[in-house]
Write a protein that binds this ligand. Structure first.
Ligand SMILES: *Cc1c(COP(=O)(O)O)cnc(C)c1O
Length: 347
């Protein structure tokens, strides 16, 4: 028998009476004089607290993404949403979460901070393939959530849709699909599956294709019952006014974003092709993101050399299944050319 949302949420969160801030108690537009929140009357507009539920941003996102506003949660980066999943669903010291390995490091860090056991399941080589059965084999009654990052970081590949679907449909708990790099892949988003799969939480972010990592804005999308728990547990004013304004600006500029994505993908093909010609190149892995993982003889020495040249890539050599691998992010054409020129000079 499948567990309900009620069975999955921590009892203390279930019982939680959330903090009610001034803007929760009155949020209408009709008022002219606000003397309810101990704000300063000076220094508009930042004297005012932000909209705690970011309704303008959600209305616009709802139009752009084709999903209801009450299915959207906004956070201080997707990292906030990842932490909230652990805090909402996992009893510290008792419950566990499961994720493929290697993957994004914040899942295990947030699990550790929350004293939640983190179970790693190696992806299948040679190309980091997901097998649903491998993950299901380590799940038990205390497994509250799976984290699936697709396209995956640091490997770059989309996880197999059929295997993911099997997990969403058979795992008896929440399935978090992290689409931080989704805008770079041609694959359809898992957003469409939310209405029929109430255990699905889809994460997206303004940090990558939307070119706004400094603004800290992450998106979690799920059925309204799940979003309600996120809203109950989050800090009241978790997304500041400047970030909300910036998000609206970027949503207006979304055709710039599309152009940047196309340029990045063109550059990625150029860089990957050039890297394949290097004498110390071993192999690269299929990528659907704005970076790629490449295996090179003596990756750490190459990494150190690049640092001396003032070029920083990510050394992933110590990550399981990634020995001698560098993760290279695609930059501007001249930055990519500098990297390639430095690599060609390397002995
Ligand atoms: C970069 C990245 C994020 C983004 O995190 P933010 O907190 O939104 O900046 C989320 N997930 C993965 C897998 C990432 O690589």
């Amino acid at each position: 028998m499948k567990r309900t949302l009620h069975d999955l949420v921590r009892p203390n969160v279930q019982a939680l009476q959330p903090y009610s801030c001034a803007r929760d108690e009155y949020s209408g537009k009709a008022a002219r004089v606000f003397l309810d929140a101990n704000e300063s009357p000076y220094n508009a507009p930042l004297n005012r607290y932000p909209d705690p539920l970011q309704q303008e941003v959600k209305a616009e996102l709802s139009r752009v993404k084709g999903i209801r506003p009450d299915c959207i949660f906004l956070g201080n980066g997707s990292d906030e949403a990842i932490d909230l999943v652990l805090r909402i669903f996992c009893v510290p010291g008792t419950d566990n979460v499961v994720a493929p390995d290697p993957t994004y490091g914040m899942y295990s860090v947030c699990a550790a901070v929350n004293d939640v056991e983190y179970r790693r399941v190696p992806l299948r080589m040679p190309d980091f393939a997901l097998r649903a059965e491998d993950l299901l084999a380590v799940c038990n009654r205390r497994t509250k959530a799976l984290f699936l990052c697709s396209p995956n970081n640091p490997t770059g590949n989309l996880l197999e849709r059929d295997e993911m679907l099997r997990l969403v449909e058979t795992f008896d708990g929440m399935v978090v699909v992290d689409e931080a790099y989704g805008d770079f892949s041609g694959a359809p988003s898992w957003l469409r599956e939310i209405p029929t799969h109430p255990n699905l939480i889809v994460l997206q972010t303004f940090s990558k294709a939307w070119a706004s990592a400094g603004a800290r804005l992450g998106i979690a999308m799920a059925v309204p019952e799940v979003v309600d728990y996120f809203n109950k547990v989050k800090y009241p004013y978790n997304v500041n006014t400047l970030t909300q304004q910036h998000a609206l600006e970027m949503l207006r500029r979304r055709f710039d974003v599309e152009r940047w994505v196309r340029r990045t993908l063109d550059e990625r093909e150029k860089v990957v092709r050039a890297v394949r010609q290097l004498p110390f190149y071993v192999c690269d892995y299929p990528t659907d993101a704005n970076f790629f993982l490449v295996k090179m003889e003596g990756a750490t020495r190459i990494y150190d050399y690049l640092v001396r040249e003032g070029i920083i890539v990510r050394n992933r050599s110590t990550v399981r299944l990634c020995d001698d691998c560098l993760r290279i992010t695609i930059g501007l054409p001249n930055e990519n050319n500098e990297l390639l020129a430095a690599l060609r000079r390397y002995q």
